[in-house]
Design a protein around this ligand. Structure first.
Ligand SMILES: [Zn+2]
Length: 109
């Protein structure tokens, strides 16, 4: 089916949203590296909200960067611990203490 006016407008909005999410996440990453976890979290929460409003998926890798329990933005080595053992990744949020494990899958390209 040929995309109509509505679909086109939607695609446009989604593209803008995607760009904003990507921009916010890279800003969050920058702040996180500078040691400002609080600001990093603010940017990340904004990115998450925009993403949800447009039902976008988080860019690759970033879905692991949010605590499922307290929704904080996780910065490895700062407020989160990532460990691998027995073929699994375990991720501990130092904010709420939640631990999440997932199998370490070979990367499919
Ligand atoms: Zn947490």
């Amino acid at each position: 089916m040929r995309p109509g006016r509505f679909e086109k407008a939607k695609a446009k909005r989604e593209n803008i949203a995607k760009e904003r999410v990507a921009g916010l996440l890279s800003m969050a990453e920058e702040r996180a590296l500078a040691g400002d976890i609080e600001l990093a979290d603010r940017y990340a929460q904004l990115a998450r909200k925009i993403g949800m409003r447009h039902s976008l998926r988080m860019p690759r890798g970033f879905n692991l960067r949010f605590c499922r329990r307290c929704l904080r933005y996780l910065v490895p080595g700062k407020n989160a611990r990532f460990r691998t053992s027995a073929g699994r990744i375990s991720r501990r949020c130092l904010g709420c203490g939640g631990v999440y494990r997932m199998p370490l899958k070979p990367r499919v390209k």
